[in-house]
Design a binder for this molecule. Sequence first.
Ligand SMILES: CC(C)(COP(=O)(O)OP(=O)(O)OC[C@H]1O[C@@H](n2cnc3c(N)ncnc32)[C@H](O)[C@@H]1OP(=O)(O)O)[C@@H](O)C(=O)NCCC(=O)NCCS
Length: 180
Amino acid sequence: MLEGKNVNLKIMEKDEAPVFVEWANKPEFFGEYNPLVQMTKTEVEKMLDNPSDFKLFFVEKKDGNKIGFICHFHVLHLGTGSKQLEIGYSLVPNERGKGYCSEAVKIMVDYLFLSKEVMRIQAQTDQRNLASQKVLEKAGFKKEGTLRKNFFLHGEWADNCIFSIIREEWKEPKILTRTT
Ligand SMILES: CC(C)(COP(=O)(O)OP(=O)(O)OC[C@H]1O[C@@H](n2cnc3c(N)ncnc32)[C@H](O)[C@@H]1OP(=O)(O)O)[C@@H](O)C(=O)NCCC(=O)NCCS
């Protein structure tokens, strides 16, 4: 469990997959700036079994109520090997706009820089997704540029912004003071 002030991040267990499946199959969960997703419980369980560094965490309020997820996974790049990770996140609609995702991203960044020999963490978001971009900026990410027409969204190709934070910019933990 990674503990923050208002939220904790808890690694998702296989038997908790149904919670994620229920959210993911509702269009409003990933919202207007993410592709429509339909996933079976088996598919999510397989994802959780993935031996590569794909990890899915619940974002939980202090009372244990699950309000969303945050994940990290490897970015394949010959030059950096495993030293580059990407994150993704979504919250249930009625828990947005309360600062929870900003805190979750800060916790995740602290955790990854404290526990892995990672040099760079990146995130991608539709260029119209201003809430997501604000979350990243508040956690110290910088916008690097636009990936043109790089994902298929609601019947057309859309542009994504790419953001990153590198180890030198992070400097020290913002929320996590310990990793165990
Ligand atoms: C994007 C998302 C994760 C943000 O989570 P959240 O908990 O609402 O974010 P926070 O409350 O921590 O911060 C959001 C910030 O964006 C701002 N914001 C929200 N909507 C905005 C908009 N349309 N334009 C500009 N800023 C906006 C908020 O004011 C807040 O900034 P502040 O703290 O300075 O007031 C959430 O909206 C979500 O789950 N959306 C659907 C899925 C999604 O888009 N996931 C991200 C994929 S890259």
